[in-house]
Design a protein around this ligand. Structure first.
Ligand code: EPU
Length: 429
């Protein structure tokens, strides 16, 4: 097993190129099953969540072939069994998108409940409510979620909570249902729009993605084609937060500036200079970090997936109290004890964290506890004085392509090092 070793204190300068969006890729790859044809997908991020989905597709009998580093050809014609077993599904949340995709293609799906980051309870009642509204019967037995139907019919579905996953899964199932599905209170994240654009490019009829009412008119079949995934809003935001924490000036390339507005606005409140330049954004920190408050919300609100990274920056504010209100997940402050060992002053009460800006942090051995918490620990380590070692980096590599290479490219002192057997044993334990 490996760990990151960071010698903190370098300011960051130069350019970083942003990869394709993880949360779009992990929806689009299962969606290719619906095409029952050959799809070429460009700007696919090289991350472990994507590798696992490709492994699942291979196990199902699909052919997955890299045409170059970030372009993949997926041929889903030979899939016959709509089954994803526990061993594959447990690794990531997005494995449950095979439920909607299989239902649409086969009228049947058997998928083990998904894994993913642990932020407390992660129910899927809204996905099931949607499948049932389209005419499926859903049961859970022998370790599988089983969804079956003779035929699916369009329906009027109102989500009780705004859910990215349920919006994706219902869109996938509805694409082949007979007639019109109207999904109200839908999620509006950029990756929802990207999935709808992908499906439309393959012959689906979806309108309204990006608003809270999505309409899907069912079609008899989808076809193959070529599609390019949008840039990753959260990866870009993570590098923006890294520059805010360390100081310096970095041009972040290959982004959609509109997607960054919710993050940019907060960083500006914190005294960071942000300049849009076409499909790039320049982030510069010349002054002390100012305190602020953050409440995470569904898009276009401030994204929960940027909350830990911003907490790292706010620890470095020069005095002042910041309040973070986590509006999506029950338990997304599991990283706080690790930050405290770096000298941070944070108090958590339920979904609220109160952060006293302490001006600087000191390096420490840390253990990543989920993807974004791990990224936040990297940011804290880059800004801290001394050495920070981060273990359990497999969490981070689920969602960041070449994090170490990109950070080294802008002047960070970070490397991947093999852990000793003792260290590795402790991380498994
Ligand atoms: N919820 C329900 N019932 C459901 C579904 C969700 O009550 O049937 C609740 C959840 O408990 C949560 C809220 O609704 O409180 C939002 O959950 P959502 O379904 O939107 O989350 P998700 O689809 O499981 C995706 C991202 C997460 C991101 C959230 C929120 C993917 C693969 N994952 O999760 O991304 O935090 O949306 O934006 O798209 C990450 O990338 O680090 C990550 C965790």
């Amino acid at each position: 097993m490996e760990k990151y070793v960071i010698n903190g204190g370098n300011t960051l300068h130069g350019e970083v190129e942003i990869s394709g969006a993880k949360n779009a890729a992990v929806a689009i790859i299962p969606a290719a099953v619906l095409a029952q044809d050959v799809c070429v997908i460009e700007n696919v991020p090289n991350i472990s969540d994507v590798s696992i989905l490709f492994q699942i597709l291979n196990d199902l009998g699909a052919k997955v072939r890299y045409l170059n580093k970030n372009t993949v050809e997926i041929d889903t014609r030979n899939i016959t069994e709509p089954v994803v077993p526990y061993e594959s599904a447990r690794h990531l949340r997005a494995s449950y998108y095979f439920l909607g995709a299989f239902l649409g293609r086969f009228g049947e799906a058997h998928v083990s409940p998904p894994g993913g980051c642990n932020f407390g309870v992660r129910p899927i009642d809204q996905h099931i409510k949607g499948f049932e509204a389209l005419g499926a019967t859903v049961t859970t037995d022998y370790g599988f979620i089983n969804a079956t139907c003779d035929e699916m019919f369009g329906s009027h579905i109102y989500l009780d909570v705004v859910s990215v996953g349920a919006t994706v899964n219902i869109m996938l199932a509805a694409v082949r249902a007979k007639g019109l599905t109207i999904l109200e209170n839908a999620a509006k994240e950029p990756h929802i729009v990207d999935l709808a654009n992908f499906l439309n490019a393959m012959g689906a009829q979806i309108s309204g993605a990006g608003t809270d009412v999505i309409k899907v008119r069912g079609v008899k079949a989808l076809h193959g084609g070529c599609y390019s995934i949008i840039p990753d809003q959260i990866e870009a935001g993570t590098y923006m937060a890294a520059v805010a924490a360390t100081g310096g000036s970095v041009l972040i390339r290959n982004i959609i500036p509109k997607h960054m507005d919710c993050i940019t606005a907060k960083l500006v409140e914190m005294g960071i200079a942000i300049e849009e330049q076409g499909d790039s954004i320049r982030v510069t920190r010349q002054h002390d970090i100012q305190r602020t408050n953050i409440k995470t919300m569904p898009y276009p609100g401030f994204p929960t997936d940027m909350q830990p990274q911003m907490a790292a920056v706010l620890c470095l504010a020069n005095g002042g109290t910041s309040i973070i209100n986590e509006g999506i997940w029950e338990n997304r402050f599991r990283y706080v004890d690790e930050f405290k060992r770096m000298g941070a002053a944070i108090q958590v009460d339920g979904k609220i964290a109160v952060i006293e800006g302490v001006g600087h942090l000191t390096g420490a051995p840390l253990r990543a506890c989920d993807l974004r918490a791990g990224a936040a620990m990297v940011i804290a380590g880059l800004a801290a004085s001394g050495t920070t070692e981060i273990s359990c980096i497999h969490f981070i590599e689920r969602g960041y392509e070449n994090l170490v290479g990109k950070l080294r490219g802008v002047g960070a002192d970070i490397q991947i090092v093999n852990q000793s057997d003792d260290e590795a044993a402790q991380d498994v334990g």
